[in-house]
Design a protein around this ligand. Structure first.
Ligand SMILES: Nc1ncnc2c1ncn2[C@@H]1O[C@H](COP(=O)(O)OP(=O)(O)OP(=O)(O)O)[C@@H](O)[C@H]1O
Ligand SMILES: [Mg+2]
Length: 453
């Protein structure tokens, strides 16, 4: 047992001396205080435990106990009293005292209580530190961005994390940080010490997705030799992250909706309802409104998910954060690759700021990673960002031919190409052209491209 610093508070010097002698034998450092005032003045972060007299000249022990608990609830306080009264004992425990000892006390017994209290606190502190380090990668501050949309996003994530909201929908283009946001919500909520489970709806065939999510009973289908507990049950008390919810088939959507509304479901092949307490965070980069219109997504589920919806901004909407993100990733990869790159040259920075980043923060991260691997000088130069460079430069050097162009035809042609390249995904096509969804829809209608998309 490592040595601790113990604060002994009593107005009788003989008692202070006796306790001090005994506790020093166990290797502890003892600090003494005669009054409530002196005790509170000395109650600092270095104190591991307090022995507190119930009757003090300037205040009563309960009051001091209350103040100490408010300042640091983890420090155990053992109350000492000359007369035993059940009410005082009960009150002391209610105020968070670790133990209660009557004078005259058996010194060895008291020393043992002290050891036990110290051991408990040590464990509790360890668990806390462990929890903090586990959740730290997902502290809100780890989300890089000081622009207005990002500051708003962080505030919203924090709010949702500590709210009782049981369902959250994250929307945003690919690479905008939906995964990161889901984990941030979980690890900043009071569910942080419970499981965070993650499943990508498009990654599994429908039947498998259902049994992964809801579990199955023995014999539910040919291969079901044993009962299987699904993700929702394993995550009890925690969070389930359903990525790419837009790809879930309608039959499963119905089962999910029932769960969201009633907190109950049946395992595949099961008759009984299973109830669990989990928060469901769903994410999609699909246009759910479109999917509802075309029948691919249930309207009722859409409305249920819509209650708490968070849209992650595209990088185009907060280009001001590009230098910050760039430096963040330069730091990260300096450490990872043992390099000492300082920053980006002004030309490279101009290039990165001008680029439209259809793959958002993920694309930026990958571009910086590649550049850092190749970098040999102190600064990152434009040649290290080839894809970005060519795309920006062609877009910027598109020169008007001597015979002129038909702007309308050119525009139509570019929209058609963008839709073709993205297999008709309007959101992605819009990103390629630097447009938003409404703007591309307007053009699709204007050019009568409905069939093409
Ligand atoms: N604000 C941010 N600060 C720092 N890193 C970020 C930020 N947003 C996203 N990232 C990083 O960008 C990468 C992509 O993010 P993430 O995987 O969360 O995107 P996504 O929206 O889930 O994409 P997809 O739709 O393709 O699944 C990750 O490496 C993530 O850590
Ligand atoms: Mg993702």
């Amino acid at each position: 047992m490592p040595a601790a610093t113990i604060l002994v508070v009593d107005d009788e010097s003989l008692i202070r001396w006796t306790l001090s002698e005994r506790l020093s034998q166990d290797g502890h450092t003892v600090v003494e205080a005669e009054t409530a005032k002196a005790a509170l003045a000395r109650f600092d972060a270095d104190i591991d435990l307090v022995l507190l007299d119930f009757k003090l000249p300037d205040s009563d022990g309960l009051q001091v106990l209350k103040t100490m608990k408010a300042r640091d609830p983890d420090v155990p306080v053992i109350l000492l009293t000359a007369f035993s009264s059940i009410e005082t004992a009960v009150e002391a425990m209610k105020q968070g005292a670790y133990h209660y000892a009557n004078k005259p006390f058996n010194l060895d017994e008291l020393a043992m209580v002290v050891q036990k209290a110290l051991e408990t606190t040590r464990l509790r502190r360890e668990v806390k530190a462990l929890r903090a380090s586990r959740s730290e990668p997902y502290a809100i501050d780890r989300i890089v961005g000081s622009s207005e949309p990002m500051v708003r996003l962080k505030a919203l994530l924090q709010k949702v994390a500590s709210s009782p909201a049981s369902t959250v929908l994250l929307r945003g283009e690919s690479g905008t940080g939906k995964d990161l946001a889901a984990k941030t919500i979980h690890f900043n909520s009071d569910r942080a010490s419970r499981p965070f489970m993650n499943i990508t709806c498009s990654a599994l065939p429908d039947a498998l997705l259902e049994s992964e999510l809801f579990g199955h009973e023995r014999g539910a289908f040919t291969d079901a030799r044993n009962q299987k507990i699904g993700l929702l049950e394993s995550a009890e008390g925690g969070t389930v992250f359903l990525d790419e919810i837009g790809e879930m088939v309608p039959a499963l959507q119905a089962k999910l909706l029932r769960f969201l509304e009633e907190k109950a479901f049946k395992r595949v092949g099961g008759a009984a309802d299973v109830r669990v307490d989990v928060r469901v965070i769903a994410a999609t980069n699909r246009d759910l409104e479109d999917a509802v219109k075309t029948g691919g997504f249930r309207e009722d589920l859409y409305y249920r998910l819509n209650v708490m919806q968070i849209t992650l901004p595209t990088l185009r909407e907060h280009p001001g954060d590009i230098p910050l993100l760039l430096n963040h990733y330069i730091d990260t990869f300096n450490r990872e690759f043992r390099k000492s790159v300082r920053g980006a040259s002004p030309e490279a920075m101009a290039l990165l700021k001008a680029y439209r980043w259809p793959g958002n923060i993920r694309e930026l991260r990958n571009a910086v990673e590649r550049a850092m691997l190749l970098a040999e000088a102190d600064d990152l130069t434009p040649d290290l960002f080839p894809v970005t460079a060519t795309r920006v430069s062609t877009a910027q050097t598109m020169e008007l031919p001597p015979e002129g162009v038909n702007l309308d035809t050119l525009e139509r042609e570019l929209v058609v190409q963008a839709l073709r390249r993205t297999a008709g995904n309007q959101t992605k096509a819009a990103a390629l052209l630097g447009l938003n969804r409404d703007q591309i829809r307007y053009r699709i209608e204007k050019f009568n491209l409905e069939k093409t998309s």
